[in-house]
Design a protein around this ligand. Sequence first.
Ligand SMILES: C[S@@+](CC[C@H](N)C(=O)[O-])C[C@H]1O[C@@H](n2cnc3c(N)ncnc32)[C@H](O)[C@@H]1O
Length: 392
Amino acid sequence: MTPAARVQAAIELLDEIIEAARGQGAPADRLIVNYFKQRRYAGSKDRRAVRQLVYDAIRACGPIPPSGRAAMLRLAESDAAIGEAFSGTPHGPVPIEPGETAAKAGIAPQWIAEALAKSGITGTEAEALLGRAPLDIRVNALQTSREEIVLPVPGEPLAAPNALRFEGGTGVLQWDAYARGLFEVQDHGSQLACIAAAVQPGETVIDLCAGAGGKTLALAAAIKNSGTIVAADTVKRRLAQLAPRAERAGASNITEVLLDPGKESEMLSEWAGKADLVLVDAPCSGTGTWRRNPESRWRLTPNRLDKLVAEQARLLDIAAGLVKPGGRLVYVVCSLLDHEGTDQVEAFVERNLAFEARPIDLPRGRAHGHGHRLTPHNDATDGFFIAQLGTV
Ligand SMILES: C[S@@+](CC[C@H](N)C(=O)[O-])C[C@H]1O[C@@H](n2cnc3c(N)ncnc32)[C@H](O)[C@@H]1O
């Protein structure tokens, strides 16, 4: 493909991504894969270059752009080579019309940028939300250690004791050590959130929003396969990924519970008031993961955020009923909006007088409100808010 044809392909893809974001359709990554399935003539270099153009344009536009072409014109303002592609050559974009405008720049749609600013995320902190994420792994302490593991490329040791960092895009899933369960891909921030849970061997742990089990597996390793971990979620397709991962990792103390939405407490009643730890890794807006999914900021609406905040509060109250006297609840969101973080915890302790927010001691991050905050700028992790709620 010529450089101009690559720019035109990126414009077409951006049109699809914008439409999907407006209608809550397929994520950008899937649309890119589908696009190239129908265009086998594009080689791997073309695919990589187009993908890069698409993601650079997504990052460059704050609000949802009116069109893929307007998004690419925004990128052209900082890259003359892209501007030159608008010359009307075959397969390339038609020339720029007089008065044609580029999409708006910025960190995010205005209302989200304002909510972030109210939460203390401005300037370089806000810009870093759209940086490029490295690739972190968690060495599986059930099978090996960071010192013993042998990998094709040496990773950079991080503050979490089992964390190693590689350049983004490193093909770690093709490594033999992955197939043998010696490590899992997990952001350093997620690993630190699991450390905040401070599990001890023999404990009864409920991972209320286990998803595909990323944190469940870290907790199983920390608890050294003793005690019990209940991994619960409402989405079968996510929870179904846990069993094969657990088998590969050698984690043998996990019980899965597929929950019906609205019947969570009923379905977990055998553990009511019995858990040493309940982890609530709640569904959230994901503002801390824009490095990986920059277009997700175009999908969030005030109404969707309100619904998420209400669901987080409901899940926290369900979790409170599962914690035993003297036990603890750890609340995690990969968002930096205070609505979903410290404000949520403040409202929880007002509703649940048996709980108090406790300080968290981690090698990275800072205290923020009623919890602890990790950010891409300050900590080189995804953005997280973590709170530990102990019974008084
Ligand atoms: C942030 S994700 C969890 C990620 C997972 N803990 C990990 O480390 O990979 C939030 C999860 O909450 C689940 N969820 C949403 N509503 C729920 C509910 N009412 N009860 C339990 N889980 C729920 C979602 O299906 C999703 O898997």
